[in-house]
Design a protein around this ligand. Structure first.
Ligand SMILES: Cc1cc2nc3c(=O)[nH]c(=O)nc-3n(C[C@H](O)[C@H](O)[C@H](O)COP(=O)(O)O)c2cc1C
Length: 215
């Protein structure tokens, strides 16, 4: 078995303080915020990276990694190309799941809910905050479509650079989606695979309740 320093650290952490009922907050987004902050400090790679699962209306699934940019009031936001495969699936079947794996903490969080586009103003604000190269890249990439040669993409980048020496406006085909969490599950590893899992669910009155699950 390969043991890394963060793994040993996590074992100590988990051994010292297992995850249990006393750790649960009334609103799971508050618990997510605590785990997020902990992951921010301990993950070697980007703690905002998560797997986004979407599916066609016929139920054919697909998954890929995206970066979570905010999670105010149970609204989990990421940004992408509105003409990508994921966007096509989300427009046709506006439901999604996110899965975070924070390996350094031996933790996983799963989020499920309906999805909608964020406002143009919210996408503009985030687009403006990105480095210039990322903005140019977002415009140049016809995400998910076939690219005959890399040279074509690089020429498109050069053309956009030339066309926009100053401000680079957000293209209509790029922006955010928000998942309104209906279900959030927190998982933390324990010895002998006897892990701790708690799932929160929102009812019709938007009140959260939780249950412990078998690992
Ligand atoms: C660490 C990491 C972060 C990524 N972040 C994003 C992101 O925030 N938005 C995005 O559109 N693609 C992101 N990608 C690329 C996606 O995983 C994926 O390749 C791309 O969005 C096309 O997916 P699709 O064809 O299913 O639409 C990221 C990939 C990795 C590995």
């Amino acid at each position: 078995m390969k043991l890394s320093l963060p793994f040993l650290g996590s074992l100590f952490h988990i051994g010292a303080r297992p995850f249990g009922e006393r750790d649960l907050t009334a609103d799971p987004v508050d618990l997510f915020a605590l785990w997020w902050e902990r992951a921010r400090k301990s993950e070697i790679f980007d703690h905002t990276a998560c797997t986004l699962a979407t599916s066609t209306p016929e139920g054919a699934p697909s998954a890929r990694v995206v970066l979570l940019k905010s999670f105010q009031k149970g609204r989990f936001v990421f940004f992408t190309n509105y003409e990508s495969r994921k966007a096509g699936e989300l427009e046709a079947n506006p439901r999604a799941a996110l899965c975070f794996h924070w390996a350094s903490l031996l933790r996983q969080v799963r989020i499920v809910g309906p999805v909608e586009r964020v406002s143009g103003a919210e996408s503009d604000a985030y687009f403006r905050s990105r480095p210039r190269g990322s903005r140019v890249g977002a415009i140049a990439s016809r995400q998910s479509r076939p690219l005959a040669q890399r040279k074509i993409l690089e020429e498109e980048v050069a053309r956009i650079e030339g066309a926009h020496p100053g401000e680079i406006p957000r293209p209509d085909f790029w922006g955010g989606y928000a998942i309104s969490a209906q279900q959030i599950e927190f998982w933390q590893a324990r010895v002998s695979r006897l892990h701790d899992r708690f799932v929160y669910e929102k009812n019709a009155e938007s009140a959260w309740s939780w249950r412990r699950l078998y690992p």
